[in-house]
Design a protein around this ligand. Structure first.
Ligand code: ATP
Ligand code: MG
Ligand code: MG
Length: 382
């Protein structure tokens, strides 16, 4: 989607990713052989990409940031956005949290832990008992680095599930106070190299099994709370260096308190709806931001929008049919539905295979279209 936006602006993009990645399939100014096939955690390949480009950016934060530092030091590339340091801080969710606390952004209480005894102590310190959330500091996405601990007897299993923890030479962990949120909100914020900032409308995200399932834009909450979420997100993003678009995930409590969950230093699933529903998409504004062009209007150009993720239910053709192709076919008959299929090589359980965005003149109209699509094969459950 980033490359599609680049194509329209005549911006030439080269991609470093594994073979058959969707981005290189749609690059309008390069042939397949120009792209670099391999891991974005390989500093040699990062250097190779840097030599061919003027500006580097990321679509995922789990890249080798030392490779990015080296590319700048050796003048292989003019600029990298966001800065390698910003990506480094954000990719460690605990370091990100300490940074946000330093900048007075509201976050959940959390504690660095390396053993079961540490977790037990942290729960006492939080003072509200169980449950708590145990999290991996790095390489987390779609909730794969998270485990809910409902009682002291579940601590050991949670540590094992996350790879053993530092005591057993496993990944670094931290524990987080449970947030009894009423809704989850998200705001995309773009900042250009010159420092201009725009933020998108506040949306509600609905997660199923820790994975984003549906996005409702704008969030159906008090407009003042939506604006408050926008300010929290802007303050959080501007506390980091570097240009680009950032996705800010937040918790809303029943008393309208907003607590920031985490930041993504890149286009974000909660901003996919902006392609059809806003004047300028998150992807185009990311490009404008990192190339220091004027930022585009982030406001919605329709009254309501809903985005539905197409998550694979398994690896067979039947799974692909029931979870991806079937709902897409149902969307053909829904006015205002735009279908995005990513061209990923294989379908897997929980894999994001595509999404559908509905635009509508009212939220009830968008809700009706959503129901038609989700009712396909009983995907609807609430
Ligand atoms: P992403 O794919 O968004 O990067 P992630 O793996 O980094 O996800 P988080 O965003 O930390 O995971 O958490 C995933 C989901 O788990 C959240 O969207 C929320 O629904 C729930 N969650 C996370 N932390 C807490 C908490 N402290 N209290 C209650 N629920 C939480
Ligand atoms: Mg995350
Ligand atoms: Mg998250």
């Amino acid at each position: 989607m980033l490359v599609e936006a680049a194509n329209r602006l005549n911006i030439k993009t080269l991609v470093l990713d594994s073979a058959a990645n969707p981005a290189s399939q749609v690059s309008g100014h390069h042939t397949k052989d120009d792209h670099i096939i391999g891991s974005f955690q390989d500093p040699v390949l990062i250097a190779e990409l840097a030599k061919k480009c003027n500006v580097l950016t990321v679509e995922i934060e789990h890249v080798d940031t030392k490779g990015l530092d080296a590319a700048l030091e050796q003048n292989l590339v003019d600029q990298i956005h966001p800065t390698p340091q910003t990506i480094r801080t954000i990719q460690d969710k605990y370091a990100q949290k300490l940074h946000l606390i330093k900048h007075n952004i509201p976050v959940a209480d959390s504690k660095d832990v390396s053993s079961a005894a540490d977790i037990d102590r942290a729960v006492s310190e939080f003072g509200v008992g169980y449950p708590v959330m145990l999290k991996s500091k790095t390489l987390a996405y779609d909730g794969r680095g998270n485990r809910v601990i409902k009682s002291a007897s579940e601590i050991a299993q949670a540590i094992t599930d996350l790879g053993g923890g530092p005591e057993n030479k496993g990944p670094e962990l931290y524990v987080e106070k449970w947030i009894p949120f009423s809704r989850e909100l998200a705001v995309m914020v773009a900042r250009s190299v010159s420092g201009n900032v725009v933020s998108y409308p506040c949306v509600e995200t609905v997660q199923k099994d820790n994975v984003c399932h549906i996005v409702v834009a704008p969030a159906q909450i008090d407009g003042l709370v939506r604006e408050k979420a926008r300010r929290v997100a802007e303050n959080a993003v501007t506390s980091f260096d570097g240009a680009g678009i950032f996705g800010v995930e937040m918790f809303l409590l029943l008393d309208d308190t907003i607590i920031l969950n985490e930041i993504a230093p890149r286009p974000h699933n909660s901003g996919h709806y902006t392609i059809e529903a806003c004047h300028t998409s998150q992807y185009e504004n990311h490009l404008r931001a990192i190339l220091d062009m004027p930022l585009g209007n982030p406001e919605m150009k329709v009254a309501a929008s809903v985005m539905i993720n197409l998550l694979g239910s398994g690896s067979t053709l039947e799974d692909m049919e029931s979870s991806v192709l079937g709902p897409s076919r149902a969307a053909f008959s829904v006015p205002g539905a735009s279908i995005h299929l990513y061209g990923k090589e294989s379908c897997r359980k929980g894999r994001k295979m595509g999404h559908i965005t509905l635009t509508a003149n009212s939220m009830p109209e968008a809700a009706a279209g959503t129901r038609t699509i989700l009712e396909y094969n009983g995907l609807i459950d609430t």
